[in-house]
Ligand binder design. Structure first.
Ligand SMILES: O=P(O)(O)O[C@H]1O[C@H](CO)[C@@H](O)[C@H]1O
Ligand SMILES: Nc1nc2[nH]cnc2c(=O)[nH]1
Length: 296
């Protein structure tokens, strides 16, 4: 399409990556702000800087390293984006979501999207984890959807369904694994609302979003989930509540990116064990998971 992120371009990038490594990941993980530590837990890792990958966008946000890491999580081959792209960085929406199509062409079946988000639900505390069960796509209401433009049927249908965007089985698995690991006290399931950013929300906006049914607010993930679902990937997503949205005119609290990154550090290890245990327990088509090594 006009932004140059068509099938051929994604294929060129996927083929380049496939030629660089023998790992054949079935799971891709996208690390949110300050959550890049997830990628550091990959074993036998091979990492590529985004600037060295053909057609790949560059990370411009602090807390997003800009590396694509191939490696194993609990023995399962994975690929991990340490750094994602956001609308507010000025990239076309098709470009920030192109990695989902590249993953598909690498042979990935499931994507795990993570983000840092502001808590709108009054029950949520800083440091809580929210399994995303649904989203509200505010930019989409204003005509900003990553699937705008000509539809390439090789990826998926013109009008994809979104009522099943966040895989029910994987949400169940996350709750189960969370309980087993003793994380039950700080895990929730809720609705994530995406805004364009980069300014944080006003008090009136937070109040409005809460009334509309959102539990957490951020500036990412939804575009990726839409493109991933369009091309038939299974999606699991979670938010780390890094700050509480300010709802009260008397409050002295101010949302800021430093606090977001700081909270990421606090939960880094627990998130890594949640994600790696989920990956270990995931079922893919028979044979898929055997080893994940090319030619074996
Ligand atoms: O969604 P991730 O990439 O985790 O980042 C979140 O944190 C940043 C704001 O601190 C925004 O980019 C918001 O989207
Ligand atoms: N929009 C938005 N994004 C965030 N990312 C982390 N915290 C927040 C927040 O409060 N609002």
């Amino acid at each position: 399409n006009k932004n140059g992120y068509d099938y051929e371009k994604c294929k060129e990038t996927a083929d380049w990556l496939l030629a660089q490594t023998t790992l054949r990941p079935l799971v891709a993980v996208v690390c949110g702000s300050g959550l890049g530590g997830l990628g550091d837990s990959l074993k036998d890792a091979v990492a590529f800087n985004y600037q060295d990958i053909p057609n790949f966008p560059q990370s411009t946000v602090h807390g997003h390293a800009g590396r694509l890491v191939f490696g194993k999580l609990k023995g399962r081959p994975c690929v991990c984006m340490q750094g994602r792209f956001h609308l507010y960085e000025g990239y076309p929406i098709q470009k920030i979501t192109a990695p989902m199509r590249i993953f598909k062409l690498l042979g990935v079946k499931t994507v795990i999207l993570t983000n840092a988000a502001g808590g709108l639900n009054e029950k949520y505390k800083v440091g809580d984890v929210m399994i995303i069960k649904d989203h509200i796509n505010m930019p989409g209401f204003a005509g900003c959807n990553p699937l705008m433009g000509p539809n390439d049927e090789r990826f998926g249908t013109r009008f994809p369904c979104m009522s099943d965007a966040y895989d029910r089985e994987l949400r169940q698995l996350a709750r189960h694994v969370g309980d087993e690991l003793g994380f039950g006290d700080f895990m929730h399931e809720g609705v994530y609302c995406v805004l364009g950013g980069p300014s944080f929300e006003t008090i009136a906006e937070c109040r409005m979003l809460r009334r509309l049914g959102a539990d957490a607010v951020g500036m990412s993930t939804v575009h990726e989930a839409i493109v991933a679902r369009h091309c038939g990937l299974r999606v699991f997503a979670l938010s780390l509540i890094t700050n509480q949205a300010v709802m009260d005119y008397d409050s002295e609290e101010k949302a800021n990116h430093q606090e977001v990154l700081q909270t990421g550090k606090v939960r880094s290890e627990q998130l890594a064990s949640l994600v790696s245990t989920m990956v270990m327990s995931m079922k893919h088509d028979s044979g898929d998971m055997l080893d994940g090594m090319c030619g074996q």
